[in-house]
Design a protein around this ligand. Structure first.
Ligand code: ADP
Ligand code: ZN
Length: 435
C-alpha cells in the first residue's frame, strides 16, 4: 500500500530528474542564505551555477556534525526564526547536542514521510497507534505523531517511561500499532509477559528504530508481542524518523529519495561508492528542506543499498540495517568490533537460557584492552547448577571469539540486574574514553 504511488513508484529516470531539479534550486538557496555553505563553496571554487544536476553532487563540499556544533544554535538555518515553527535537538548520544529548525513546509514534508511509512506497513485510519518514543526535543515522538495524525490514525501520545502503565494503556485503548525504540519495545514485551497479559494486547505491528538492532532482536520482539516488527531509520539532522522505512517485504528500508539524496562514500578516501551491496558511509543531501538544509551530510552511519525495484513496487532504493556509526565502532586490541556483532551472537543463543539484556564493557588493564560482556540469564538457567552456567559461558566465549577474532570475557548475571532502557539503550560502556 502506498501513500503517494506517483512518487514512491516513480521510474528511476524521472526520479533522478526530479532530484536534479530540486538539487539545483536547493544549492542556490543555501548559497544565498547560509554563510557556512557560501564560504565553503567559495573556498572550493564552486558556484551554484556549476551544479546542474545530481551528476554534479560530488563536487560539493561535505558537511559534518561539527558544523552543527560550530554554528550552534541557529547559524546553519536558512530562514529567519520568524519562519521557524519548531525546534528539535539530537539526543546527544555522541557529544554536545545539535539543534535543527523546521518551517511549516518542513513539518508537512516530515509528516508526509511518516504517513508514507505507516501506510507501507498497512496502517489506516482504523488503527490506533501508541507512540512510546520520547516526546520532546528528541524527534522520535513527534515524528511518529505527525505522520500518524496526517494519515488519520488514532494517536495515543504516550511518550516513554512508566512501563506498566504503558501496557495497561495499550490494553485499555486497544492499540494496534506500537512505535518505540527496539530496546524499549523489548522491555515492554518483557513487562507484558511478567504481568501475564500478552494475550490481552491488540497489537499487530510495531515500528521501531532510532538505534541499531539486529535481525535476532527483531525475531524476539515479534515472537514475544505476536506482531510484525518494522525497521525505520532517521536522524535529527535530516528530519528524524521518516528518512527511510521498511515496507511489507522487510527487505531493506526505502529511502524517501524525492526528499533526500543518499550517497554511499568510502569514509577513508571520501570517494562515492557506486553499486549495490557495498558497505560505506551514508551521506545525505536534503533537497527540499527550508529551515535547516544539509548538503552532503556525513552521518557516520555505515550501510549499503539495493537499487532494484522492490517486490512492493517501490523504486526508492532500499537501505540495509545501518551497521552502527563508524564512530561507534570499537577498536579493541587493534581489531574493529561492532556492538551489533556481539548482539547477534548473544541473541542467537537465547534458547540456551540467556535473555536479550546485555551490556558490553571495554576497559584497559596493563596497557591491554579488555572486553567484558555481561548478559542476563533467564530464570530457568539461573535456577540451574553452576556447572551448566559455566558451560554456557564457555560456549559464548568460543562463539564470540570466532565472530570477533578476539577474546571476550562473558559473565552471566542474575535476571533483572541490567538496567532497562526506555529510549535508546546504552549497551556499551567504554571506560577507556572516561579516563
Ligand atoms: P543522536 O545522534 O544523539 O543519537 P538521533 O536521535 O538523531 O540522535 O540519532 C540518529 C542515529 O540513530 C542515526 O544516525 C543512527 O546512528 C541511529 N539510528 C536511527 N535509526 C536506526 C535504525 N533503524 N537502525 C540503526 N541505527 C539507527
Ligand atoms: Zn518495498
Amino acid at each position: 500500500m502506498y501513500l503517494q504511488k506517483d512518487f514512491e513508484c516513480m521510474p528511476r529516470t524521472n526520479l533522478k530528474k526530479l532530484q536534479s531539479e530540486k538539487l539545483v534550486k536547493e544549492i542556490k538557496y543555501v548559497y544565498d542564505n547560509v554563510e557556512c555553505y557560501r564560504k565553503r563553496m567559495d573556498e572550493a571554487g564552486i558556484k551554484p551555477e556549476d551544479i546542474k544536476g545530481i551528476e554534479d553532487l560530488h563536487k560539493l563540499p561535505f558537511s559534518y556534525k561539527s558544523d552543527l556544533r560550530d554554528y550552534y544554535p541557529y547559524g546553519l538555518f536558512a530562514r529567519p526564526l520568524s519562519d521557524i515553527v519548531e525546534l528539535h535537538a539530537s539526543s546527544g548520544t555522541t557529544g554536545k547536542r545539535i539543534v535543527v529548525g523546521y518551517t511549516k513546509n518542513d513539518l508537512d514534508m516530515w509528516a508526509e514521510c511518516g504517513a508514507r511509512m505507516l501506510t507501507s506497513i498497512g496502517a489506516t485510519n482504523e488503527d490506533i497507534i501508541q507512540v512510546s518514543y520520547g516526546y520532546g526535543l528528541f524527534t522520535g515522538g513527534f515524528g511518529l505523531h505527525y505522520g500518524a495524525e496526517k494519515l488519520g490514525l488514532t494517536v495515543i501520545p504516550m511518550s516513554s517511561g512508566n512501563t506498566e502503565r504503558q501496557i495497561e494503556t495499550m490494553i485499555d485503548f486497544k492499540a494496534t500499532i506500537l512505535a518505540a525504540t527496539p530496546s524499549y519495545a523489548l522491555y515492554l514485551a518483557e513487562t507484558a509477559e511478567k504481568m501475564g497479559v500478552v494475550d490481552k494486547l491488540s497489537l499487530k505491528a510495531g515500528i521501531f528504530g532510532a538505534e541499531p538492532w539486529t535481525e535476532e532482536m527483531r525475531h524476539q520482539i515479534e515472537e514475544k508481542l505476536h506482531i510484525k516488527a518494522y525497521d525505520i531509520y532517521g536522524l535529527t539532522e535530516i528530519v528524524g524518523p521518516g528518512v527511510a522505512f521498511e515496507c511489507d517485504c522487510q527487505a531493506g528500508m526505502h529511502v524517501n529519495e524525492d526528499h533526500f539524496i543518499l550517497e554511499i562514500i568510502d569514509p577513508d578516501t571520501l570517494e562515492p561508492i557506486e553499486g549495490d551491496d557495498k558497505l560505506g558511509e551514508l551521506v545525505f543531501t536534503t533537497i527540499d528542506r527550508e529551515g535547516a538544509p544539509l548538503i552532503r551530510y556525513r552521518t557516520r552511519d555505515l550501510g549499503f543499498i539495493k537499487s532494484s525495484t522492490c517486490k512492493c513496487g517501490r523504486t526508492f532504493v532500499r537501505l540495509s540495517k545501518p551497521r552502527g556509526r563508524s564512530d561507534d565502532m570499537l577498536i579493541i586490541r587493534g581489531v574493529n568490533v561492532f556492538p551489533s556483532q556481539i548482539e547477534e551472537v548473544l541473541l542467537q543463543n537465547c534458547d540456551r537460557g540467556i535473555t536479550a539484556n546485555y551490556q558490553i564493557v571495554v576497559d584497559r588493564e596493563n596497557n591491554t584492552d579488555t572486553l567484558d560482556v555481561f548478559v542476563e540469564m533467564a530464570p530457568d538457567l539461573f535456577a540451574d547448577d553452576m556447572a551448566s552456567i559455566e558451560k554456557l559461558q564457555k560456549v559464548l566465549v568460543d562463539k564470540l571469539r570466532s565472530v570477533l577474532g578476539i577474546g571476550a570475557k562473558v559473565t552471566l548475571v542474575n535476571p533483572n540486574s541490567i538496567q532497562r532502557s526506555e529510549g535508546k539503550a546504552k549497551r556499551v560502556i567504554d571506560k577507556r574514553k572516561l579516563v
